[in-house]
Design a binder for this molecule. Structure first.
Ligand code: HEC
Length: 133
């Protein structure tokens, strides 16, 4: 019984360590974003679109940036971007939504996709743009 208890404790400690490691990942995601995404995307609240749409606060319906000319595949995708859907998308954009114009091949390491999603999720915590600005 003691052995079961200490194994359980070890598992709990290990999983909270894993969570602590995940919490730091937005910083890694930001680095990955700079390295892999900024060639086509801005993620600053006030910046415009590039080859790809602005990704500030991207937890929103897909294909919804006004003034960005989406492919009909992306326009018709009907996805609401959640962290899970974004992670799946970033693992294989063309696999999830065939026919889109985003030529990024996808992260082969699922943890990298998760880290970029962690980073993108921090952006909506900045103050929203208001009419007064
Ligand atoms: C080579 C250019 C390119 C790269 C690199 C690229 N993207 Fe894209 N991305 C696009 C284009 C173009 C679209 C719009 C696709 C369409 O309309 O078919 C898009 C669309 C998206 C969308 C959907 C946005 C919406 O408004 O629904 C997300 C999310 C996204 N990209 C995230 C990323 C992330 C994160 C990275 C880096 C890991 C990345 N992209 C790398 C070009 C790129």
């Amino acid at each position: 019984m003691d052995r079961v208890l200490s194994l359980t404790c070890a598992a709990v400690v290990a999983s909270s360590l894993a969570q602590a490691a995940r919490a730091a990942d937005a910083a890694h995601g930001k680095e990955l974003f700079s390295a892999k995404c900024t060639v086509c995307h801005n993620a600053d609240r006030d910046a415009g679109n590039k080859i790809g749409p602005n990704l500030f606060g991207v937890v929103r319906p897909s294909g919804s940036i006004i003034g960005f000319s989406y492919s009909s595949a992306m326009k018709g995708a009907g996805v609401v971007w959640t962290p899970d859907k974004l992670a799946a998308y970033l693992a294989g954009p063309q696999k999830m939504i065939p026919g889109i114009r985003m030529t990024f091949p996808g992260f082969s390491n699922p943890a990298d996709a998760q880290d970029v999603v962690s980073y993108l999720s921090t952006l909506k915590q900045q103050p929203a743009r208001t009419a007064a600005e």
